[in-house]
Design a protein around this ligand. Structure first.
Ligand code: PHB
Length: 391
């Protein structure tokens, strides 16, 4: 839809909504909990903007009910996330929760979701086992095994024989390390060192010196969204960009939010991930244009898409239940849901409640003078390998 037309439809829809009176039981509150401050604040900002864009494009009435999105800052502290979740359900009568910028924050809410029978939509975190912690969890982000395993396969096919892994030392980093290293060594590759860097106040410099000393063909990296620029700066400071060590990883390190500021050192990095702002589809072109317009030119990253699709999943479920907010009915309606996301076709695996999606192989390159993750290959409809392996 051309932008002018889209704006008109939203404006007309908005007028109709504010003109109609909604009785309290025709208002559905959704609670979004995000780190809006601290080192993962970029995730909060991107996620909030993604959810709001979905509502701007699709209106705020679903199955005759008015949707109200309540956004709260948990500062990245799990005890705060949990308390806010309880308040959103107890005081605001939220009928679904979404967001959670890091794995420990998503995990903190799992028992609350189970107890209250309220769906928890994980739109950012990526540790594989999260969805197993409550039958009320569904995920629209990704899992690290989903992205890391295809990276191992690409490395094996592209003459990379000796690798050092560097990951942030918590759930998603441990998943990334395992799901890269195991298939890579099984296929004949060698992981010469596995380095884990603390999540809090990471100083990559001493670890990168070790990588340089090991002189591998490539360094495989996972750092959470928001940390990539600091990693890249120290990569350059240690001279690794000129050392012939190739940079590979899951797409978190070349996050679209930070990539424009990373500079030439990022050029040529190969990553596997589910979303790039450069993804070539009509849905993504509209998404990126509308997102930039609504957010002062900010480029959407995979966090924005996770939240956008989290809203898509909630809207889909409410339509399927004809506006019923019964938590069991909502989660049942989410299982098997399918739609076209800005990232490509996606569905919710009815057995695991995890997203099934394409994983793209991308190379950092310049497009119109700006750095992008340019997709050049893909593995279609990837299920989370951790659960596919019977975990
Ligand atoms: C997580 O904490 O699960 C997480 C956060 C940021 C990422 C990936 C995973 O980029």
């Amino acid at each position: 839809m051309p932008n002018a037309l889209l704006r008109m439809v939203v404006a007309v829809g908005g007028l109709a909504v504010s003109g109609a009176a909604f009785a309290d039981d025709n208002v559905i509150n959704l609670g979004m909990i995000l780190p809006m401050t601290g080192p993962s604040a970029s995730t909060g900002k991107q996620e909030q903007a993604g959810a709001m864009l979905y509502m701007q494009q699709h209106g705020d009435v679903v199955a005759g009910k008015k949707i109200v999105l309540i956004v709260k800052d948990d500062t990245g502290a799990p005890d705060v996330t949990k308390r806010i979740a309880e308040e959103l359900i107890g005081n605001d009568k939220a009928k679904a929760l979404l967001g959670f910028g890091l794995t420990p924050l998503a995990l903190a809410v799992a028992p609350v979701a189970t107890e209250a029978k309220v769906p928890e939509i994980v739109t950012a975190a990526g540790t594989a086992m999260i969805t197993e912690k409550s039958p009320f969890i569904a995920r629209t982000s990704f899992t690290l095994p989903q992205a890391a395993q295809p990276m191992a396969e690409w490395a094996l096919k592209n003459n990379i024989k000796k690798v050092v892994t560097v990951v942030t030392d918590y759930g998603p980093g441990v998943d990334a390390e395992k799901w890269f290293s195991e298939p890579f060594t099984k296929g004949g590759g060698q992981v010469v060192e596995k380095i884990r860097v603390p999540l809090k106040n990471p100083d990559f410099a001493p670890f990168l010196q070790r990588v340089k000393d090991d002189a591998p063909d490539a360094v495989f990296v996972f750092v959470p969204s928001g940390f990539g620029a600091a990693f890249m700066k120290q990569f350059v400071d240690r001279g690794l960009d000129k050392s012939g060590v190739k940079l590979i990883g899951t797409g978190d390190v070349t996050d679209d939010d930070l990539l424009p500021q990373m500079g030439e050192a990022a050029l040529g990095a190969i990553t596997t991930h589910h979303y790039s702002a450069a993804h070539d589809s009509p849905e993504n072109k509209t998404f990126v244009a509308d997102f930039e317009k609504a957010n002062d030119g900010m480029r959407p990253n995979f966090m924005a898409v996770g939240a956008y699709d989290g809203m898509a999943l909630i809207y889909h479920a409410l339509e399927a239940t004809k506006g019923s907010t019964d938590g069991e009915a909502l989660i049942a309606a989410m299982k098997g849901a399918k739609w076209i996301s800005p990232r490509g076709p996606v569905s919710i695996d009815p057995d695991t409640r995890d997203i099934v999606q394409n994983i793209y192989v991308r190379k950092v390159d310049k497009v119109d003078g700006k750095l992008f993750n340019v997709e050049f290959d893909k593995v279609e409809a990837v299920k989370d390998p951790f659960k596919a392996a019977g975990n």
